[in-house]
Design a protein around this ligand. Structure first.
Ligand code: ZN
Length: 313
């Protein structure tokens, strides 16, 4: 398993979401479509310029989503990779834009800052030598994609075993403070999005899915055959895995990992240039064939979005 394919979260109204991820975090909107199960709601995909797996953060912006809260059994943070030497430029740019952040601080020898998106989702920027970052040179890069996600778990053992025994991750680091313990696992190859952190916390908390929380975490399969092999291997271990579902830009299977987080395995193909040219990604509302006859009604229901100027576009 090479690492993350995408992370999907829930947000409130979409304008604040696009303003933050395009205008502040300089991501590219790589697809503007709808929730296939609820076509009156957008599904917004952000990624790097090439819309590559391991860079894709997606949102369901439910206009009336109540505020959520991360807790045990949920993914509680998503981290972007910043190339070595690039964190300073980010801190300057965020401070200039009046975006509050915590840090810099250190985690497993890497410098990082932590901020919250408009709905309270924790987003981290971690300076790293891993991954495929373009050189920083005082610039703020947009093409690096994910460093890691954090899964907040009551008890990490069985999730850890899934990562190591089935997915082939290596147990890499561990650190404790008064609040709990963080365990890091690294995928072979240690490329983009290759780290998963399991976090246990003594803080009494009950998570609630809602705006500002992560809905699921998706890993990568190179193609349908590889995905099917994962499906069989997971089922052989007793996991309740869905059949393959066509998500237009990838094929997906889903299962609940032992700690309670919804996991997905998504295929790299066909990718986001399957229904619009790579240089025009995210400009128009794209609908899958089954919803195309309803386009007029869907467009009337969806709130209008104005795309901010961002360097990722
Ligand atoms: Zn997904």
């Amino acid at each position: 398993m090479p690492g993350l394919h995408h992370v999907t979260a829930i947000s409130g109204p979409p304008q604040a979401n696009v303003d933050f991820y395009i205008g502040r975090l300089l991501q590219r909107l790589v697809k503007k479509t709808v929730n296939f199960d609820d076509p009156g709601t957008y599904h917004l995909y952000y990624g790097n310029r090439q819309a590559e797996p391991g860079t894709i953060l997606t949102f369901f912006p439910f206009v009336d989503a109540g505020p959520g809260r991360a807790g045990p059994g949920m993914a509680s943070a998503v981290a972007y990779a910043v190339p070595k030497g690039g964190l300073n430029a980010w801190m300057l740019a965020l401070a200039e834009a009046d975006v509050a952040f915590d840090g810099p601080s250190e985690r497993f020898g890497e410098q990082m800052i932590s901020l919250k998106d408009p709905d309270g989702l924790r987003v981290e920027l971690i300076e790293t030598e891993r991954g495929t970052g373009i050189p920083a040179a005082g610039d703020v890069p947009v093409d690096d994609g994910f460093h890691s996600v954090t899964l907040w778990l009551k008890q990490p053992d069985r999730t850890a075993r899934l990562l190591t025994d089935l997915f082939g991750y290596a147990s890499a680091e561990q650190a404790s403070d008064e609040g709990g313990t963080r365990y890091r696992f690294l995928a072979q190859g240690q490329g983009r999005g290759s780290a998963i952190d399991l976090l246990t916390s003594d803080a009494p908390s009950i998570g609630r899915q809602g705006a500002g929380t992560i809905h699921h975490v998706a890993f990568r399969a190179r193609d349908d055959d590889e995905q099917q092999a994962w499906q069989e291997a997971l089922r052989a271990q007793g996991f309740d895995v869905t059949p393959q579902i066509d998500r237009q830009y990838f094929n997906a299977i889903y299962f609940r990992e032992p700690g309670g987080v919804l996991f997905e395995i998504a295929t790299d193909p066909p990718g986001f240039a399957t229904d619009e040219p790579m240089d025009a990604l995210g400009q128009e509302l794209k609908l899958p064939d089954q919803h195309e006859p309803l386009r007029e009604r869907i467009e009337r229901v969806l709130p209008p979005i104005t795309l901010p100027r961002g360097r990722g576009r």
